[in-house]
Write a protein that binds this ligand. Structure first.
Ligand code: AMP
Ligand code: GLY
Length: 425
């Protein structure tokens, strides 16, 4: 098979790394890819939202399957574009159509979906600029802190958690009246704050059956001890001790099954990943959000823990035979530590020369934001590498990644040294 992976981050490097190991693979292309993916297949300089460019590439390279990494092209209708095109219509796209991608593309849609299909989630209401006053009244009924979410995609920045009622009202006004997040905040979801510990659960579905992939815990804040600004993710661990068999059973029964059944009931033929961000509140799962893709950096621990042929699983999605596919995981713990550019998630410089990334040892160095420049590899993003290692314990896995991270050099390198610490003991 000839496969095309869309995207350029650590998630896509992990996909490419795994697909490259499949016996069923002939040629692998990554668009646009990064300096790491170039070692798994051929990078092609086509952007993920350039639908015509993707069409040409699929045609030229005789692609048999397209795996979409990020949410943007899915929310923008890449899968629908394929289905509506004479040349592309029979080429499977792994990732939902526009209707399914709304699970991530609209917070209001996803909250309505959860309530309608009995998926546990925080109490909420949605407001527009015409109902600002009602929004203020709703805020007054909630205990602090206050959670405000821009309805649409806002590059991961659309969720605000504010401590006081005054600030919450000011933020609501700024989101609705001053378009704080552009058109993404023309609707705002306000919801109850959930206490507990977060977990990322990943489901691969062909619309009929599903496989629950290894769960992971992500570390979102830039600073140690979960302090400072939110980032795309600074590290991840899988498996997660509190996501034990009993808890995961509840997740399957109360969250995964009603979600899949709900999609069917809505007539949404969903083929791809569902990333369920949930809170474990005193042993009960409550869904914070859905995403229509895999998580990053969670993919960098989830994918290495899949023992089975990943391309075979994707083919199962494409042909709606997922139920018959073998799905085995590796029980050992995988941990990833993300190396970022100095200044991230604020302003940072790109183009710093990297050394020590290619040393061969037990860890896997996934590239998140790099580019090849002649002989050199240069930093090309806020998140630069995700260093994944296995261990018999979280501590051993994380420590291996820390040791490996020390050997990678570029100006401004930073990483959190407390990944996984909260899960110990
Ligand atoms: P999201 O962009 O929806 O993932 O939200 C970003 C982060 O905000 C989540 O990962 C949670 O840490 C936090 N968050 C979102 N909604 C809630 C909630 N209802 N209660 C507590 N924390 C939340
Ligand atoms: N790691 C969280 C995300 O991918 O959204």
């Amino acid at each position: 098979m000839n496969v095309l992976v869309l995207g350029s981050g650590g998630r896509e490097h992990a996909f490419a790394w795994k697909i490259a190991q499949s016996k069923q693979l002939q040629n692998l292309y990554i668009a646009p890819g990064n300096a790491g993916t170039a070692h798994c297949g051929t990078n092609v300089n086509v952007a993920v939202n350039d639908f015509e460019g993707i069409k040409n590439l699929v045609w030229e390279k005789d692609i048999d399957l397209v795996l979409v990494g990020p949410e943007d092209p899915l929310v923008n209708g890449l899968h629908d574009f394929f289905l509506n095109d004479e040349v592309l219509k029979d080429i499977p796209v792994i990732g939902p159509k526009k209707d399914g991608a709304q699970l991530e593309g609209s917070k209001d849609f996803s909250k309505q979906f959860m309530i309608k299909h009995g998926v546990p989630t925080a109490r909420y209401a949605t407001f527009t600029k015409d109902t600002l006053g009602e929004g203020f009244s709703f805020l007054e009924t909630l205990p602090p802190p206050f959670v405000l979410k821009a309805d649409g995609l806002a590059a991961g920045k659309g969720v605000l958690i504010v401590p006081s009622l005054e600030e919450a009202k000011a933020e609501l006004k700024s989101m609705l009246m001053d378009s704080k997040f552009g058109s993404a905040s023309s609707k705002v979801v306000i919801e109850e704050f959930l206490k507990g510990i977060e977990l990322s659960v990943f489901v691969l579905t062909d619309g009929k059956s599903y496989k629950i992939l290894p769960a992971a815990k992500d570390y979102k804040r830039i600073g140690e001890g979960d302090t400072g600004l939110n980032t795309g993710g600074m590290g991840a661990v899988s498996p997660v001790p509190f996501a034990n068999e009993a808890f995961m059973k509840k997740v399957e029964e109360k969250v995964v099954k009603p979600t899949i059944e709900g999609l069917n009931a809505e007539g949404i033929d969903y083929r791809g990943f569902i990333f369920i961000g949930l809170m474990n509140s005193d042993g009960e799962p409550s869904v914070i959000e859905y995403n229509c893709r895999m998580g990053d950096p969670e993919t960098e621990v989830v994918i290495p823990r899949i023992k089975s042929d990943f391309l075979d699983l994707l083919q199962g999605v494409a042909t709606q035979t997922l139920e018959q596919k073998e799905f085995e995981t590796i029980p050992e713990t995988a941990a990833t530590v993300v190396l970022v550019s100095g200044g991230y998630p604020g302003t940072f410089e790109k183009g710093k020369k990297v050394q020590g990334y290619h040393l061969i040892d037990e860890s896997i160095v996934f590239h998140s934001g790099t580019r090849q420049d002649g002989e050199d590899v240069l930093t090309n993003g806020g998140r630069v590498f995700a260093v994944t290692s296995f261990g018999t314990t979280i501590e051993k896995a994380v420590n291996k990644s820390f040791i490996r991270a020390e050997k990678i050099h570029y100006e401004g390198k930073y990483y959190r040294k407390d990944i996984g610490k909260d899960l110990l003991g």
